[in-house]
Design a protein around this ligand. Structure first.
Ligand code: UGA
Length: 459
């Protein structure tokens, strides 16, 4: 099928590349001319595992192209996927102006029937507004529009695999024709008939994706409700972790056993400095606003947000407790991205922690496998190095702020020897306390019994 993808941000590029990889003819458009010319020159403007490879493969096969004219792209597609940004406004509402702009362009240039699919994360009832806008601005053209919602559940860092091997594909539709078209679009994934561009014939042995057909309102709600639930789960685990500290239990043991219950599940129970990124925090805010407007008091989400903000404070307090005076201390930060396998620092807890300690006069050096360039834009005069050993050398304390797996395999005895004081504050519970203590670190993490305090309390 011929598909237009409008918006070459993260969701648009991943969706466009993957739709082309499963056999469709895709044109991705954006009105950012410089972004499109970089893409046309083979540059991929975001870091996402396998994305460059999937884009290159699809372009080589002649199934993926980039256009700087949204109108031109709209002409090409039988289906138009709207993937533009919906950033938060001051009041927490999602800013839907980009969606409306695209709707106006579609309505004014389309002369054949189009299936218009909203993939951007939007509040419930946006589909209804979209339908209305298409009808108003397209009234002189006579093209027929079908509107559908098709929320994405892509995680940064694993987005390509998430798209190609999803657990569910949710579509919100109002008519059989839209359902038929979307089923056709996703059929290669549903029946596993495409050649996987990242695994070849060695795809992970997952069950078949569920194809979930709902109303448009439900599909829109599913996305916000899912992200908000994930946020709740993390905040819950973080409070359990606080309780573990107070009562001498171990959060790893508690959440591991909790997660074995299939009704709870093991994921998103990792305690630490909390959730960040451009999705969970903004979607929680938008969901709270949506509920407020609908007259439903979703206080539990406000609480999850509050608990999450407190994590930064709790971690910085821990640094104070361990270091006593922060001013002029040399502190090394391992991690800047909001989570591993991404260069994204938007709403990153790591950036928040660094910002607070810097404002107190700490001398911070920071490293990250991918996010240094982006962080430099936020902290132009901070000392960055791609070498974690350099960051640790002579430091009074080392902070783990992002859960990059490569940090596990660093030469920790070497780091211990090189630090002025071998103080390690692990904001992501990446290490086992006993192991780091046996290497000679003074080690603090979240929700494990504080060995220093416990031994001091012994008679
Ligand atoms: C999230 C959702 O997981 C995706 O399903 C959704 O499609 C996406 O938002 C979106 O709306 O587009 P993402 O923002 O990539 O994906 O990140 P997550 O993997 O959800 O992690 C969010 C934050 O929670 C990170 O800061 C991470 O470190 C933190 N986290 C995660 C924890 O603190 N503990 C955990 O147990 C899990």
């Amino acid at each position: 099928m011929r598909i237009s993808v409008i918006g070459c941000g993260y969701v648009g590029l991943v969706s466009g590349a993957c739709l082309a990889a499963i056999g469709h003819e895709v044109v991705c458009a954006d009105n950012d001319v410089s972004k499109i010319s970089r893409l046309q020159n083979g540059e991929v403007p975001i870091f996402e595992d396998h994305l460059d490879q999937v884009i290159a493969g699809a372009r080589k096969a002649g199934r993926l192209s980039f256009a700087d004219s949204v109108a031109e792209a709209v002409h090409t597609g039988d289906a138009v996927f709207i993937c533009v940004g919906t950033p938060p406004l001051e009041n927490g509402d999602a800013d839907l102006s980009a969606i409306e702009n695209v709707a106006r362009v579609i309505a004014s240039v389309a002369w054949s029937a189009k299936l218009v699919v909203e993939k951007s994360t939007v509040p419930v009832q946006t589909g209804q507004q979209l339908k209305r806008a298409l009808a108003i601005y397209g009234k002189n053209h006579g093209a027929r529009f079908h509107v559908a919602s098709n929320p994405e559940f892509l995680r940064e860092g694993t987005a390509i695999a998430d798209f190609l091997h999803p657990d569910r594909i949710v579509i919100g539709v109002e008519d059989a024709e839209s359902e038929r078209l979307l089923r056709e679009i996703y059929q290669p994934i549903l029946d596993g008939s495409f050649t996987c561009p990242i695994h070849g014939s060695q795809c992970p042995p997952l069950g078949p994706a569920q194809f979930v057909v709902t109303t448009i309102n439900s599909a829109e709600l599913i996305k916000h409700a899912s992200n908000s639930f994930l946020a709740l789960k993390i905040s819950y685990a973080n409070l359990v972790s606080d309780l573990c500290e107070k009562l001498g239990a171990n959060v790893d043991e508690v959440t591991r056993a909790m997660g074995m219950d299939p009704r709870i599940g093991p994921q998103f129970l990792r305690a630490g400095i909390g959730f960040g990124g451009f999705c969970l925090p903004k979607d929680v805010q938008a969901f709270i606003r949506l509920a407020e407007k609908a007259g439903v008091d979703f206080a539990m989400l406000r609480e999850a947000e509050r608990i999450n903000k407190n994590r930064i404070h709790a971690f910085v307090e821990r640094v104070h407790h361990a270091l006593w005076i922060v001013k002029e201390k040399k502190i090394g930060a391992l991690g800047l991205a909001f989570k591993a396998n991404t260069d994204d620092i938007r709403f990153s807890p790591a950036i928040e922690v660094i910002g607070q300690l810097r404002s107190e006069g700490a001398r911070i050096s920071a490293t990250d496998p991918q996010a240094i360039e982006r962080a430099r834009a936020v902290f132009p005069d901070l000392n960055f190095s791609s070498d974690p050993y350099e960051i640790a050398n002579g430091a009074d304390a080392l902070l783990i702020l992002t859960d990059w797996p490569e940090y596990k395999s660093l030469d920790w005895p070497r780091i211990q020897r090189s630090m002025l004081r071998p103080l390690l504050l692990d904001g992501r519970n990446l290490f086992e306390a006993g192991k780091m203590e046996s290497l000679g670190f003074e080690y603090y993490s979240f929700g494990r019994p504080d060995r220093v305090a416990i031994s001091a309390a012994k008679p």
